[in-house]
Design a protein around this ligand. Structure first.
Ligand code: ATP
Length: 245
């Protein structure tokens, strides 16, 4: 999939949130969109999913029914239980790969012991009694089991403890390895990317100011600390040389 000179301004605004943005996605890597708050990551996802219409061209975009988009902060009523959510999400999957029974937690062969006990514990628990991290893990787990060509997760690990973060990232990492699937996430937690084979796109002032691997990102940003590299690459030109390494 390739974005070519994509531009977008919100109605009644003359500021281009996306400004002639061009980059490609790599199907064999975890595609990561990073950028400052307000850089336009969510806007970009809404353009990619056809929720808003931009100028420019996106080549190779799958049909909408083959795109999964996990937005931040989707509301579910607090009385729904874990099993209701998993059943709802998997029922929406047109592949119908899974038959989920109410009294049997979904336990697949690719789950490790931690994931199995997490799923068993959350199966009967109301959504309102789950922590932020538990909600995110459960939703991400179920969505990763939907059959799609393009998966987009908007900050899937925000507000999540290290254990759940690893589970979520590993689950998303497994998707990347499945043939015919392209996966994109946005994140502010750059350190965790060192453990995955990523294609990083750094969005700044409407454009991709960096695209490449995690190692290339550290080199380009002139630091082994990804946050410092990020600061260097998003700083005004004049400030770049004086940022801490
Ligand atoms: N509906 C809207 N109307 C007008 N401006 C908007 C709207 N939604 C977002 N914006 C603006 O567009 C810019 C990009 O917002 P967006 O939510 O895409 O950023 P983001 O990179 O996802 O940020 P964050 O990291 O904080 O989630 C921001 O300046 C924001 O204020």
């Amino acid at each position: 999939m390739e974005l070519k000179q994509v531009s977008y301004s919100y109605p009644k605004s003359d500021r281009r949130v996306l400004d002639d943005l061009s980059f490609s996605l790599k199907p064999d890597k975890l595609n990561v969109i990073a950028g400052l708050n307000g850089a336009g990551k969510t806007t970009l996802f809404e353009v990619m999913t056809g929720m808003i219409k931009s100028a420019g061209r996106i080549a190779g975009l799958p049909k909408q029914k083959n795109v999964l988009y996990q937005q931040q902060g989707v509301y579910f009523t607090h009385t729904l239980k874990g099993r209701d959510l998993v059943r709802l999400i998997l029922h929406c999957d047109h592949s119908r790969r899974f038959r989920v029974r109410k009294n049997e937690p979904v336990l697949t062969s690719c789950m490790n012991e931690d994931e199995r006990s997490k799923m068993t514990g959350l199966w009967g628990r109301p959504y309102g009694q789950m922590s932020v991290g538990e909600r995110r893990w459960l939703l991400t787990f179920a969505m990763c089991h939907m059959e799609r060509e393009l998966y987009i997760f908007d900050e899937p690990t925000s507000g999540v403890d290290p254990q759940s973060r690893v589970h979520i990232m590993d689950r998303i990492g497994k998707l990347v390895q499945e043939a015919g699937k392209t996966v994109v996430i946005s994140t502010h937690t750059l350190h965790e990317l060192q453990f995955y084979d990523v294609h990083l796109v750094l969005l700044h002032e409407g454009r991709a100011v960096f695209t490449g691997s995690y190692e290339q990102f550290l080199n380009a940003g002139g630091s082994e600390n990804p946050d410092a590299a990020f600061q260097n690459l998003t700083a005004p030109q004049s400030a770049r040389a004086v940022r801490p390494r």
